[in-house]
Design a protein around this ligand. Structure first.
Ligand code: OSB
Ligand code: MG
Length: 369
């Protein structure tokens, strides 16, 4: 496949509800949408960057800069056998995995479409439905949170994840467990604690949580390894795992028993598949995380979640949990059994609604050789 054109656009969409985590609040969600033409097909992907360096150091501006000045010039005009070659093309660029992932994933969409196969199939997926989960932000009061949880359970989400931070943790979890003793419940701290908070983290161990996600520093593996030995609840790492080597090291020193794979965070599908394989070969499971994506990013996440090693519910909810109207058709819907269907059409398997996309576009640029 020959890379003939790359288009970048900054898109901004308004979430139905503000989403608060330990690192801040989001209502207007930006992203960069990547469109690539290879031979005679078009592929799409999404870079879920924010305006500021909160979840990751990458932002809308750094991603645009790295793409425009390095990744795109190094990729345009190339002839590839497979998108698996792409990580090697950009390996001279340190970090900036989200920017890399945008091109890598759009190339996967092209690659699947060139074979007239659905993306999940070319990635090695084995399921036609994935188990959905919902991530609920920090609220003003615990009563408000309980109301939202009830609404999500009524909608049929089989697993609830809540965001925690110091001061919004043990009491909140205690109250949820009182109301819902048996639901599948997990917490995500987005790196808000340190080992000085050991007492709090130990208390969370008493509530039969499915896992505790990224309690400690965003780059850390060592302190997590120390913590995992002191608590029985599985630690899941998100921010700390940026490449296969991180996952290997985390396994070796026991930093976590679960990995949240976000393809954007690890540079795309190729590395996501490698991490999933490694974790599965060691008898452990992963799930696919989310970054409040539009239907384009969601389609990629759904395809990845069909891989065999994905044994926990993923942070992939229906389109209507995020948006008034998604930018793809059909929208992602929650089935009665708490699953989401994996699209079967070629590539990402959903159609991009270009008129809708246009409405939300703030900047667009096309690159050709
Ligand atoms: O840590 O998983 C996270 C959203 C933005 C940034 C980080 C995270 C999240 C979520 C949302 O938890 C999951 C979703 O997209 O539904
Ligand atoms: Mg997380």
């Amino acid at each position: 496949m020959k890379v003939r054109l790359i288009e970048l656009r900054i898109v901004e969409m308004k979430l139905k509800e503000e989403f608060e985590t330990s690192f801040g609040k989001t209502l207007l969600r930006p992203c960069i949408i990547v469109r690539i033409i290879c031979d005679d097909v078009e592929g799409w992907a999404e870079i879920p960057v924010e305006y500021g360096p909160w979840y990751s150091y990458e932002t809308v501006k750094t991603a645009w800069h790295i793409l425009e000045d390095y990744i795109i010039p190094w990729t345009l005009g190339r002839e590839l056998e497979s998108p698996r070659e792409f990580p090697n093309i950009v390996k001279g660029i340190r970090g900036h995995n989200m920017a890399k992932a945008g091109v890598e994933m759009a190339l996967w969409d092209c690659y699947a479409r060139l074979q007239s196969k659905p993306l999940y199939e070319v990635l090695g997926g084995v399921r036609d439905r994935i188990v959905s989960g919902v991530s609920i932000g920090i609220k003003r009061t615990v009563d408000e949170l309980i109301n939202v949880i009830q609404r999500r359970l009524d909608e049929g989400y089989p697993r609830i994840k809540i965001k925690i931070k110091p001061g919004w943790d043990v009491e909140v979890v205690e109250r949820i467990r009182r109301e819902y003793p048996d639901i599948m419940l997990q917490v995500d701290a987005n790196a808000a604690y340190t080992l000085n908070d050991l007492e709090t983290l130990r208390k969370l161990d008493d509530y039969n949580l499915l896992m505790i996600e990224q309690p400690l520093d965003y780059n850390d593996l060592i302190d997590h390894s120390y913590l995992q030995k002191l608590i029985k609840t599985d630690i899941c790492l998100d921010e700390s795992i940026k490449c296969l080597e991180d996952a290997v090291r985390a396994y070796r020193i026991g930093s976590c028993r679960v990995v949240n794979i976000k393809p954007a965070r690890v540079g795309g599908h190729t590395t996501s598949i490698e991490i999933q394989k490694f974790w599965m070969q060691h008898g452990l499971g992963v799930w696919i995380g989310g970054m409040l994506e539009t239907g384009i990013g969601r389609a990629h996440n759904v395809a990845l979640a069909s891989l065999p090693g994905v044994i926990y519910p993923s942070d992939i909810s229906a389109s209507n949990r995020y948006w008034e109207k998604d930018i793809v058709e059909p929208e992602f819907m929650l089935n009665n059994d708490g699953t989401i269907d994996v699209p079967k059409k070629p590539g990402i398997g959903v159609e991009v609604l270009e008129k809708e996309l246009e409405k939300h576009t703030r900047r667009i640029k096309i690159y050709r050789r």
